[in-house]
Design a protein around this ligand. Structure first.
Ligand SMILES: NC(=O)c1ccc[n+]([C@@H]2O[C@H](COP(=O)([O-])OP(=O)(O)OC[C@H]3O[C@@H](n4cnc5c(N)ncnc54)[C@H](OP(=O)(O)O)[C@@H]3O)[C@@H](O)[C@H]2O)c1
Length: 329
């Protein structure tokens, strides 16, 4: 689906580029800024319009790199950024957006999203702040991220013109299918999928849980106890790797790389507006772009559904990849 939101100057591309990993650091490891900028340019040159970032990615570094990359090509990109879950009070949200505008070297953010809205957040204040920023011309469109049915109902009651909900969604993480996909449809929000490659698990790069680095083995697929894990669960490591192998067999049968099949699968799912993949090199962008051309027939979609159902059931409806006590309500 190619979505065009009225407030945006360009269509939203079905594949979008995420820039979290470009911040490097403890979670992602070293990253060269020249590679990041070349990656963003490669994405734009290939027709990707939407570039996703956040103040929380490297304490603003991802936004700064995005700003530098877009300095002479701002008109070719839609910038999506966020306001973090601890800045949702009215004045904080305004200040966060103003700081993002400076780091991004732009006078208008195309899509401003509430990054997380945990229970107890002052959502009505945040809505007022976001609408003020839009009325002042500092933001074009408004979105949320990591929001479940209860929050979407509050948003729907108060807000107007909200367009997207950015959520974790991939073949190894189907939690949003339990009730959030329906809630997005009911409130008219398109879904922006994040971590579509399960942070590279769906590239087939890792053969076992032991190979997955600490920045990525902190999701609820993995047992708690690694350096950066925040949940206290026993995880589903064996089932996760059995599921990856099942997907690989299906991809091999199609003669396609598993990553392409994983991205293409998302583009076939209900309610999905755009799939935000992370990439750190132009080669990864080029590889991932192939997925937009890949059409999966009904039998393949059924086989992928069957291959991943057991893991979906084991992980359950908590759509928070990192925490047992979900912040997504
Ligand atoms: N709203 C939220 O709360 C939230 C949360 C998470 C992410 N996001 C957004 O979603 C974006 C994407 O999610 P993500 O980065 O977590 O996960 P992802 O897209 O599933 O995985 C990205 C990683 O996969 C690897 N990769 C990508 N393409 C590849 C290819 N063709 N071949 C081999 N490896 C490939 C790269 O790993 P290497 O770097 O090791 O090469 C890359 O860093 C983020 O950048 C961010 O914008 C939002």
């Amino acid at each position: 689906m190619t979505a065009r939101y009225d407030a945006l100057p360009l269509p939203v591309s079905p594949l979008a580029l995420g820039t979290w990993a470009m911040a490097g650091g403890q979670l992602w490891g070293p990253q060269d800024e020249a590679d990041s900028i070349a990656t963003i340019h490669a994405a734009l040159d290939a027709g990707i319009t939407l570039i996703d970032t956040a103040p929380g990615y490297g304490g603003g570094l991802s936004e700064e790199i995005t700003g530098r990359a877009l300095r002479d090509r701002r008109d070719r990109a839609l910038i999506a950024t966020k306001v973090g879950g601890s800045h949702l009070a009215y004045a904080d949200a305004i200040a966060s957006c103003e700081a993002s505008l400076r780091r991004l070297q732009t006078d208008c953010i195309d899509l401003l999203q509430i990054h997380w809205c945990p229970p107890g957040s002052p959502l009505e204040e945040t809505i007022a702040a976001f609408e003020k920023l839009r009325d002042d011309g500092k933001v074009r469109a408004l979105g949320v991220s990591n929001c479940g049915p209860q929050t979407l109902a509050r948003l729907h009651a108060k807000g107007t013109g909200w367009v997207t909900n950015q959520l974790a969604y991939n073949l190894l993480w189907r939690a949003i299918e339990f009730d959030i996909v329906d809630a997005c449809a009911d409130t008219g929000l398109g879904i922006l999928c994040y971590s579509p490659l399960a942070q590279a698990l769906l590239t087939g790069r890792f053969k076992s849980a032991a190979e997955v680095p600490d920045g990525r083995n902190r999701t609820r697929h993995f047992k708690s106890g690694s350096a950066l894990a925040r949940h206290g669960e026993s995880g589903h490591e064996e089932l996760t790797f059995v599921t990856i192998e099942r997907i690989r067999v299906i991809a091999d049968g199609l003669g396609q790389p598993m990553a392409d099949v994983a991205l293409a699968w998302l583009l076939h799912q209900r309610g999905v507006t755009s799939v935000i993949f992370g990439a750190r090199t132009p080669a990864q962008v080029a590889a991932n772009l192939r997925a937009a051309e890949l059409k999966l027939d009904a039998a393949t979609l059924k086989a992928l559904d069957a291959a991943t159902q057991e893991l979906k059931s084991a992980l359950g409806p908590n759509a928070d990849m990192w925490n047992s006590e979900t912040r997504i309500v």
